[in-house]
Ligand binder design. Sequence first.
Ligand code: GLN
Length: 186
Amino acid sequence: MKIGVIAVQGDVREHLRALERLGVKAVAVRKPADLEGVAGLVFPGGESTAIWRLLKWSGLVEPIEQLHRSGIPFFGTCAGMILLAREIVNWPERFFGFIDIAVERNASGRQVDSFETELEVKGVGRVPAVFIRAPYIRRVGPGVEVLAECQGHPVMAREGKVLVASFHPELTEDLRVYELFLTMCG
Ligand code: GLN
């Protein structure tokens, strides 16, 4: 199975390594041709506004929308979650909008407020979770299942083939959240 990792900005290497440790072929996606044959696509953490600008510049927005229409599963972490959300409550634009949630950017605080905790993830168990200027989910649509909360804030959710998490599973050794995503990829 081949999984693409959007590789225009952000912590791409950590995602590639996590996927390789699970025995799947992980490819860095920088141009439309890199999407060829992927069974799933990961949107890493980083800076959502910068990633969006670079995706447009690289001609990747349309091909990604096509992949979504064709039913390929997507997993967005942190900035990746912001890119996939339908609405951003504290930002004038929205990006792909593939999952019916509203998110608040930087809701967990500034860089210096970064923290690591443990979360109970539905269907997975307790996992370590790193939060860095993370978005919190402020609204979920009727088709969305919340999979984890942190201090009462929803931080992980799924709607159909779209999975999102506010935290960074790629920064811990625990790969069970990726395993959940890989089961969605078949
Ligand atoms: N605050 C960033 C944004 O708004 C996300 C931070 C992260 O991915 N660690 O895009």
